[in-house]
Design a protein around this ligand. Structure first.
Ligand code: ZN
Length: 383
């Protein structure tokens, strides 16, 4: 799955082959549902007459293997992606599956296709492996439960492969569709918009199917599809909007939209002084922090507000600012789309424009938004 604007700043839980793995709290819900469904429904049916504790034990093992399967699906995307130089730093597992966060766009349709297809192929491969294991365990006449567990994992992995192959963003099938549109039109944004529109159709289909299923009596399963559908619809719409924005901003660089020679605050002045001198008078949400003429950070309203009012006269700006790190810097030649992506990665609505260690300006989300708004209004005016 490809989810735009996920919060990238959370720390990973562990790391596999250079890729951070983060687990969203919501993922525990799906884990609990899988374990519960297996222990209370599946295993007592396929292998009746055993102690409840043994059902729970094998259910946890099978759910963990399912978890590892999803992880391998996402790692396949990440590893192929890294091989092509489109770095994936993080995989996030959440209630509707997993998402690998790409740091940039793939360079060409072929790269896009290979990154996208790696996930479903891995799930399909795992399905075959578990299928073979189920057959082998059955033949060996070992525990019926072990064979049934492997069979469940085989079906689950094939289902993950098929579901992800549905042809609409943000699903892998949508990325495959995008790579095909892209190859034909040579227009990445246009292909994204089209694949996202397909995604909304797929999502609508899932919601309709879920609603029907719920009405016909499968309440929980049906509602689950409705939930997934509405989630996918939101994500598809976000991709579509992002592509529209990128298209409107195409050709613009940071230098075109930055505020040159911005107002600044000094690292050594007190927070109260900076508030009085700049925040209360200029109406900007944040300022570059200078130390001896060099930019060393950003001070925005968020940091000021986090500092208790009575401490502001004593605290220096340096102590509470957001220090300059790669994530809050752009260079003047960067595309606006790059700046926007960095803002959402850093969860920060302004970036320092720096060249050779010198502060050239400040680029803000609100400025980009107003230019975008103007372009939208004037687009197609023939002016
Ligand atoms: Zn995938």
């Amino acid at each position: 799955m490809e989810i735009p604007n996920v919060n990238h700043t959370r720390k990973g839980l562990f790391s596999v082959g250079g890729v951070d793995v983060a687990i969203d709290g919501s993922w525990l819900v799906i884990f609990a549902l899988v374990v519960g469904g297996l222990a209370l429904g599946y295993f007592p049916t396929v292998d009746p007459g055993r102690a409840a504790a043994s059902y729970w034990l094998i259910s946890v093992v099978v759910a963990l293997l399912f978890f590892v399967s999803i992880l391998l699906h996402e790692l396949a995307h990440a590893w192929v992606s890294n091989r092509f130089g489109v770095e994936v730093k993080r995989i996030t597992l959440f209630i509707f599956g997993g998402a690998a966060q790409l740091s940039a766009e793939p360079a060409d349709p072929r790269t896009e296709l290979e990154i996208a297809i790696a996930g479903p192929l891995t799930s399909l491969g795992l399905g075959l492996v578990f299928g073979a294991a189920a057959w082998g365990l059955g033949e060996a006449g070992s525990l019926e439960a072990a064979s049934a567990g492997a069979r469940y994992l085989a079906y689950a992995n094939v289902a993950v492969a098929l579901f992800n192959s549905l042809p609409g963003l943000p699903l892998d099938g949508g990325r495959i569709a995008r790579s095909i549109f892209w190859r034909r039109s040579r227009d990445f944004r246009g292909a994204t918009i089209r694949a996202a529109e397909w995604g909304k159709v797929v999502a609508g289909g899932l919601m309709g199917f879920g609603a029907l299923d719920a009405l016909l009596g499968n309440l929980i399963g049906g509602l689950w599809f409705v939930l997934i559908g509405s989630f996918l619809r939101t994500a598809a719409e976000a991709s579509r909007r992002e592509a529209l924005v990128d298209r409107s901003l195409q050709g613009l660089t940071v230098a075109d939209l930055m505020v040159s020679a911005p107002q600044v605050v000094e690292a050594e002045e007190s927070v109260a002084g900076a508030v009085e001198r700049q925040f209360l008078h200029h109406g900007f949400g944040g300022f570059p922090v200078m130390d001896d003429g060099r930019p060393i950070g950003i001070l925005s309203l968020r940091e000021v507000r986090a500092c208790p009012r009575h401490e502001r006269p004593q605290r220096r700006v340096r102590e509470i600012m957001r220090a300059t790190e790669a994530s809050v810097i752009v260079s003047p030649a960067d595309a606006i789309a790059t700046a926007l992506r960095r803002m959402s990665e850093a969860d920060c609505s302004r970036l320092l424009v720096i060249e050779n260690g010198r502060l050239l300006g400040l680029i803000t989300r609100s400025r980009i938004a107003s230019v975008l708004h103007a372009r939208r209004l004037l687009e197609g005016d023939g002016a």
